[in-house]
Every structure is written in C-alpha cells, then in structure tokens.
Design a protein around this ligand. Structure first.
Ligand SMILES: [Zn+2]
Length: 117
C-alpha cells in the first residue's frame, strides 16, 4: 500500500487496557484540572456580578441553570478576552445577545463601517 495515501494512526489510551492506565490517569487529571479552573472562573465571575445575570437581572443558580461565559464587548467588535470584559450569563440570555451582536456586526458591514465601531 502506498503510505502517502494513509493517515498516521494515533491510538488513544484504552481505559480497559492495564498498559494504558497511566495515560488514562494523566488525561483524567488534566480534565479535572481544567474543570476546577472553569468552576473557579464561574465563581469569581458570579462574585463580580453579585450573583446576577447582567442581561436579564435575574439571579443565576449554577446548580439548576445552564450558564455561559460572555464577552461583554464581543471579540468581533474589538472586545478583549479579559476577566473585566467577561460575564457569566444564562444560556438563553447569551443566545439572544449573540443574535443581537451578529445583527449589529452585519449592519456595520453593510454600511461599510468598521465592524468594531
Ligand atoms: Zn439572564
């Protein structure tokens, strides 16, 4: 077989293979670390906003609601990827804001304006 037409096979660690236990453990530890950082970010954002969704003004309940991280000034409108420009919002609120932001960006483009203004 011509090796130019084949893809390299990167076998992922098998959690049922004792030879792969170390690799699986390392992967799970990395995932747990990422989850902890994300939870810490959510908690810090909630503290910054007094537990309230800045879009609808209703208290956010992390245990029972889907929440997302929002760039207050969207990245496409020149907003920075910083803690200051970040808020925790309800998923439904985020969807509405994203739709509004997209319309604004499209409108600016149609008018020949800089999308970030
Ligand atoms: Zn909300």
């Amino acid at each position: 077989m011509n090796s130019e037409n084949t893809l390299p096979f990167n076998e992922s660690p098998n959690p049922y293979n004792p030879d792969d236990y170390d690799k699986v453990d390392a992967r799970l530890k990395r995932q747990a670390k990422q989850d902890r950082r994300l939870n810490l970010l959510k908690i810090n954002l909630l503290r910054k906003q007094d537990g309230i969704c800045p879009i609808c003004g209703v208290i956010i309940d992390l245990n029972s609601e889907q929440v997302e991280r929002d760039h207050i000034i969207p990245r496409k409108l020149g907003g920075a990827d910083t803690f200051k420009n970040t808020a925790l919002v309800h998923k439904t609120c985020h969807d509405k804001k994203t739709a509004f932001d997209r319309k604004r960006i499209a409108s600016n483009k149609r008018l020949g304006l800089d999308p970030s203004k």
